[in-house]
Write a protein that binds this ligand. Structure first.
Ligand code: MRU
Length: 381
């Protein structure tokens, strides 16, 4: 079975409800941009590329099923308003804003064509949204290929034989249209027989690592071990050498022009640990995550989420011996009344990043320690 976070055909969209994973695999129907906005906000679907694709496709579904105005201009106004609304669902991942910008341009160009009507504008929008889904999978496969090649060539463990890898959060099939970015690199290493072992962090407070990445690793029969976030330093120190840990590879929600990278909270600590232990630290992301209009990490808006994500834990009833998947319970795991700070992301300075793996290759810093990310966009910039 292929893991699929997004099921789409013209006029129909379903998302795997990631709040219920790993215990229940249930798909929710998404009929409109309002449905998508709520699914993204509530994190039933999540991960920078997946958020963008679900938003784009939800509007495509809405357009296909609605009574369409005949005038091109009316459809254009409708699309532009819905895209502005969708972008407000979550602020940090740039992929959604990037997708909205591109889809707006497609819509405006289609509406400006001679003889355009409501239906031609809709079809241009739907085709562009469909393409985003298809492109994301092939981009991820290329990220996997470039990342695996780089690791085998540029790390001592890679040159000696099989490598072990550490990853954070969930960046796999569940966070994208398929295959994944950082987890795609681990998948590619495994596929070519170059992976010894994968370690995934629990990724508190939302547990994308233990719930989602662990689920994907088990699903794909990749040799893997789960550690809590607080075990990462000990892992690198005690097992780094014997396990041949070559690199920590993470995804990204927004890469600024200078290479500073916003990603799941805890990423920055891992980058510091990697530097201290002489382990490479790599960011894997499609070019849609690179935001040249954001100069540096300090310009990135970091989403803050409800404190309850830290103070409450949710899962199926467990009486010590058996798991009752039918009954989901919420338990409090913090002292009642305590204040909570819950930033969903942090920013890792470019200085701590050894390479940014994209679908067109791995970008490294020049001899002055500077990333030149505009290069990945070619002359079209
Ligand atoms: O809050 P989430 O689960 O949407 O955060 C996801 C991450 O931070 C991922 O690492 C990032 O979006 C890259 S997904 C390919």
């Amino acid at each position: 079975m292929v893991l699929q976070a997004i099921k789409y055909s013209r006029g129909q969209l379903e998302i795997l409800d990631q709040l219920k994973l790993p215990h229940q695999e249930e798909y929710d129907h998404i009929y409109s941009s309002t449905d998508a906005w709520h699914a993204i906000k509530e994190m039933r679907t999540r991960g920078a590329p997946a958020i963008a694709i679900v938003a784009a496709l939800a509007l495509a579904v809405e357009l296909v099923n609605m009574k369409l105005p005949a005038a091109a201009e009316e459809v254009q106004v409708f699309i532009l308003e819905k895209l502005d609304y969708l972008v407000t669902s979550r602020p940090t991942a740039v992929n959604l804003a990037d997708a909205a910008r591109k889809l707006k341009k497609t819509t405006e160009d289609a509406a400006a064509k001679e003889g355009a009507d409501g239906s031609s504008v809709r079809e241009a929008y739907v085709a562009a949204a469909d393409k985003m889904l298809v492109d994301d999978v092939s981009d991820n496969e290329n990220i996997g290929k470039h990342g695996a090649e780089w690791i085998v060539k540029n790390t001592a463990a890679g040159r000696q034989g099989k490598v072990s890898m550490v990853t954070h959060c969930n960046t796999g099939s569940l966070a994208t249209a398929g295959y994944g970015t950082a987890l795609g690199v681990i998948r590619a290493l495994h596929a070519q027989g170059a992976l010894k072992h994968a370690f995934c962090t629990e990724t508190r407070p939302y547990n994308q690592g233990s719930r989602l990445t662990a689920f994907e690793l088990v699903h794909d029969h990749i040799p893997a071990t789960l550690v809590t976030d607080s075990m990462a330093a000990a892992l690198l120190r005690l097992k780094g050498g014997s396990e041949n840990i070559a690199a920590i590879v993470v995804g990204a929600d927004r890469v600024a022009a200078n290479g500073d990278t916003a990603n799941k909270i805890g990423t920055y600590s891992l980058a510091i640990l990697a530097r201290h232990h002489g382990v490479k630290f790599l960011v894997a992301a499609p070019r849609t995550t690179i935001d040249l209009s954001t100069e540096s990490g300090s310009d990135i808006v970091i989403e803050e989420r409800p404190g309850q994500e830290v103070t409450l834990a949710k899962g199926p009833r467990h009486d010590g011996a058996t798991l009752d998947l039918a009954v989901v319970e919420t338990v409090s795991i913090a002292a009642h009344g305590i204040g909570v700070w819950n930033p969903a992301f942090d920013v890792t300075p470019a200085e701590l990043i050894d390479g940014i793996i994209t679908e067109v290759g791995v970008v490294e810093k020049d001899s002055d320690g500077v990333f030149h990310l505009q290069g990945v966009f070619g002359t079209g910039g």
